[in-house]
Design a protein around this ligand. Structure first.
Ligand SMILES: [Zn+2]
Length: 124
């Protein structure tokens, strides 16, 4: 029993990444095409939790968290772009290729480029 306890104390344990891998693995076992991958992910998660190399597992966790943060930022960027697309239209200046944001649903409008001063017509 003492050996059993010391084994678990010296192992890395369950972190966010391992739990995420198990949940993803369980979802993947729902279809017969991805069942192997799902089982593999759950095995990897279990092996991670028993690992003695704590610093390496911790670095994996940090890498995964950085990846999630970057993914969240990208999703927010697309979300903002999508919301702006509803109210604004992006036109490109024919002279200097400067991108200009104009309000939508104003019909034919004359746009003055802020960069080069060129006036051109566009549909908003
Ligand atoms: Zn211009």
């Amino acid at each position: 029993m003492n050996k059993f306890n010391s084994f678990f104390k010296s192992s890395y344990g369950w972190d966010f990444l391992s739990k995420y891998l198990v949940i993803l693995g369980l979802v993947l076992t729902l279809t017969r095409y991805t069942i192997t991958l799902g089982l593999l992910l759950m095995i990897v998660a279990t092996l991670r939790s028993f690992s003695k190399n704590k610093s390496k597992r911790y670095r994996e966790l940090l890498t995964f968290e950085n990846f999630l943060i970057k993914l969240k930022q990208k999703l927010n960027l697309y979300k903002n772009k999508f919301q702006q697309n509803k109210t604004y239209k992006i036109l490109t200046c024919p002279t200097c290729s400067q991108k200009l944001r104009v309000p939508r649903k104003k019909g034919h409008i004359t746009i003055t480029c802020k960069k080069c001063g060129k006036k051109f017509e566009g549909k908003s």
